[in-house]
Design a protein around this ligand. Sequence first.
Ligand code: NAG
Ligand code: NAG
Length: 494
Amino acid sequence: VSLLFHLLSLSSFFLLLYIFLSLSLSPTLSLPQNDEVVYAPSVGKFGSMGIKPMGSGMSKLEALFSHPLYNMPTPPIHEDDWLLKVKPKGKARETSTQMWVSDSDIGDDSAHWNRSSDSHPPWLRFHLGISRWQLYPHLDPNMAPLAQQLSTHRIVSAVQKSGGTQLKLVMSFPNYGQAILKPMKQERDEETNFNLYYFSDFERHNAEIAAFHLDRVLGYRRIPPAVGRLVDVVTEIKDITTDHKLARTFFTSPVNNVCFYGQCSYYCSTEHAVCGRPQNLEASLAMMLPDPSLATRRSWRSPWKRSYSRSKLAVWEKDPDYCDTVKKTPPYNKGTRLVDLIDMIILDFLMGNMDRHHYETFEKFGNNTFLLHLDNGRAFGRHSTDEPSILTPLEQCCRIRRSTLLHLRLLSLPQYRLSDVMRDSLSHDPLFSVAPLLSELHLSALDRRLVTVLQTVSRCQERQRSRHGEGDDDVIYDDVTDYKTLVKHVTPAG
Ligand SMILES: *[C@@H]1O[C@H](CO)[C@@H](O)[C@H](O)[C@H]1NC(C)=O
Ligand SMILES: *[C@@H]1O[C@H](CO)[C@@H](O)[C@H](O)[C@H]1NC(C)=O
């Protein structure tokens, strides 16, 4: 613990720069009517990146991730678009282990700080890679070492995380990295009880993991990496915890499994204990974001928040024109906030998450940044039914990023089918050897819901055409600046 404090004091030298950068990514490109042209079989090259044809031993996931849509040139990342700044030891005014410097030190010597240094532990490289636009880059070479740290490194501390309604633990590793543990509470395939209100649903460890994979497959990269792990509840929690309130809740069940329940406002009681078999417990470990003292986060109430009352309706449930109001309200009246929110609810609809009452952003980046998709434990509760109300913002606003729509269309094609790509992606998780993270029923629900999203967008476009004729497209927010180039590069020559 003292080492952690040591680290925190070091880390407090991280700089926070608050710079607002206005982004205007909506050029007026005239677009071909037929977006499908992008999906012509990959031929030739896209930029410097050769695209292997299908059937050359590439998995569907690899094929998807090497598709031009996932490898579009991104705007250069300006210094101030990084969440954190780091500089190695300076020559002058050196004190023992000084690694991070404060703002005033800059200028003494040119900043030769190195973001991708192999000497940084994976968790620090993850923190240093967070930018205004995403949590980690596409095809991040740090992802494998990070997953390995989460799933295999020794756990040196386990304490309860305060706040939140259900039991969560903060686990620490010898290299000072930290992760949030959510334990398995029910059988994976148990569907949420239909009489349970969504806000009293259990949080599922496999949902946290599957949400990370889905978010990455969609090309968002707005969920911190989450990995499965079999945790030994005795040696990796009970024996090492300094949390007395947690330690007091351990007991041995009648069939000799070691159980505990911790302290929280929901389900922290002997009746809802979390039990090892006999000591092994399935859990998700999600990478912690930089401490709020280094990178403050701002929480935003979702305009489509549910009423969280068993009897009252929320305003958006009563007013079909509700989005007109939202569109005029800051920060939804400017920039990409509205389409970012639509991105988020599409993710939520696909995984059946009804519990997105708030979302967060990094304060440093002002209103012009991506939305963090945190806390996905209540997703993937049901596969047999869909929850159309989650799509309400898309229905009411009829607005979507072009890049998102293109990704969704790609994932609806047989050669990149969403369920296949997700099965593939999830098979890389360490818990896959215990049991698949999502059952086939949940995987096929993803395909079914994807069709619903695409139909909703088509209905929007038809409605728009019948009202305004062809011409300006209000449905699509054009964030694909290189659309023409993209089309040119992936269309067969001639
Ligand atoms: C960063 O460090 C790596 C090795 O740790 C090195 O290969 C690379 O050149 C360095 N980059 C800069 C900008 O110093
Ligand atoms: C950011 O959004 C808030 C609304 O929550 C608004 O008051 C503020 O003016 C916005 N900032 C900018 C720079 O647009």
